[in-house]
Every structure is written in C-alpha cells, then in structure tokens.
Design a protein around this ligand. Structure first.
Ligand SMILES: NS(=O)(=O)N=C1NCCCN1
Ligand SMILES: [Zn+2]
Length: 261
C-alpha cells in the first residue's frame, strides 16, 4: 500500500509531490533567509498575540512531530498585526528538530541551520473554518521560533518536554491544560516575513510566515528528550523521531521582508 508521507527515503520530501503535486509549487516553504537580501519595509507593524491558557487542550505524538492542540471554536487565542490583515485564531503548535544540534530547523538564516523550530499555527477568521482557510493564500499564519542549544537561561520548553514521557510512541496523547504559548517567545519580537506554504504535505500555499529573528535557548537535555520520542506505535520497534524537517525550497521571485528597527 502507498505508505503515508514521512521523512525517510521511501516516503520523504523528494517524493511528496507524487501524492501532493502542490509540493512542486512556486511558493513552497521553507526557504533560506539571507539577511542582506531582506527588504526593510517601513509599513510593517509589530505583531501581537492574546492567548488564553485555558484554550490548550492536549499534546500528541502523531509519529511525525509533537503537537499541542488548542480550542479554536471562537476568538479565544489570537494573533494579529505584523504583515497580517485581520485576526488569526491559534489552532496548534508543533516542533521540528534534528538528530544532532547542527540541524533540525526548517528555515535557515544566513547559512545557519538551527537545532529546531517551533511552529505556532493560526488561521484567518476571514474564512468560516480551518479547512476553507487552507485554500487561501492569506488563510494561515505561522509564527516560527528557532531553537538553539545552550544553557537554558529561561526554560521556556520545560512544560512541553516534561510531557514527553506520556507520549513516547506514535498515537499517544495526553491532556495539556493551561498553557500559554507566548512563554516560548524570545525577548526580541523582530521578525522576517514572506508568503509560503505548509512544510508538510499537502504543502498548501496558504501561509504567511512570521519567523522570529531571535532564537530561544533549549538545553541539551531538552533536545535529548525530544529525540527520545518514537515515530512508531508502542507495539512496533522504537524508531527515533528525529530530522522531521523539510529541505530548503526555491524562493523564486518572492521577497522576504522585515520591519525597520
Ligand atoms: N510545518 S507546517 O508548515 O506548520 N505544516 C503544517 N501542516 C498542517 C498542520 C499545520 N502545519
Ligand atoms: Zn511545522
């Protein structure tokens, strides 16, 4: 049977287009960000979030990442401002990471690939539901936070990492109440933004990316914990869930912008 998509040789990024043709589109993500080529746009505003910790529902190992889901049945946790028009509702967050500290992020800034990247996914309330938003170029906004390994000054990731033991294998889920993702934000809110796609199949070209310039620091132990997750179910042989990142895609004639300081 056609194995579902993943990150291995048989079902990895180079073959996604066989089932998901959009993966070969002109506005795919992730891309390389060369700060010298970034357009400093005077009209770009700061972005703002207003998150209700009570909207956090559960944490899941879906075999490809660790995902925290939020209640998005009304404007309870929202993102607005920056390059965005209108209000975007928080739906979920998940993480991409490497097998070693020198890889794992999806976006690459000035040739630096970071150890991981958190994606906080929101959808525009211009559209009646998430499924409709995926069909629109301005349907989704993803806030991306780069992870760098070091001595954790502020253990932002603690809450997520502590829950890992409860979701070791694919399909395991645990309640994840009372969580405000803004604790993950770095001090500096400056960002890069461009129009792109989901970095996982079907790779819809519906995403306004807002990538924070400042990484957050995670400890080697926290990375080890993420790497201890299995991409297989409890009754299968353990297979480390690592390197769940998509390679760089062509920028083509897209512009990457950032606000003037
Ligand atoms: N890595 S990504 O671009 O955020 N891709 C996603 N795919 C569907 C669910 C939300 N996010
Ligand atoms: Zn992602």
């Amino acid at each position: 049977t056609q194995t579902s998509w993943g990150y291995s040789k048989e079902n990895g990024p180079d073959r996604w287009h066989e089932s998901y043709p959009i993966a070969k589109g002109n506005n795919q993500s992730p891309v390389a960000i060369l700060t010298k080529d970034v357009y400093k746009d005077p009209i770009l505003l700061p972005w703002f979030t207003s998150y209700d910790p009570g909207a956090a529902k559960n944490i899941l190992n879906n075999g490809r990442t660790v995902r925290v889901a939020f209640d998005d049945t009304f404007d309870r946790s929202v993102l607005r401002g920056g390059p965005l028009q209108g209000i975007y509702r928080l739906r979920q967050l998940h993480i991409h990471w490497g097998s070693t500290d020198d890889r794992g992020s999806e976006h690459v800034v000035d040739l630096t690939r970071h150890a991981g990247e958190i994606h906080i996914v929101h959808w525009s309330t211009k559209y009646s539901n998430y499924g409709d938003a995926l069909k629109k170029p301005d349907g989704v906004a993803v806030l991306a936070i780069l992870l760098q390994v070091g001595k954790t000054l502020k253990p932002e990731m603690k809450r997520i990492v502590e829950e890992i033991d409860a979701i070791k294998t694919k399909g395991k889920e645990a309640p994840f109440p009372n969580f405000d993702p803004s604790i993950l934000f770095p001090q500096n809110r400056s960002y890069f933004t461009y129009q792109g796609s989901f970095t996982t199949p079907p790779c819809e070209e519906c995403v306004t990316w807002i990538i924070m310039k400042e990484p957050i620091i995670v400890s080697a132990d926290q990375m080890a914990k993420l790497r201890s997750l299995s991409s297989k179910t409890a009754d299968e042989l353990h297979c480390p869930l690592v390197d769940n990142w998509r390679p760089l895609q062509p920028l083509n004639n897209r512009m990457i912008r950032s606000p003037c300081q």
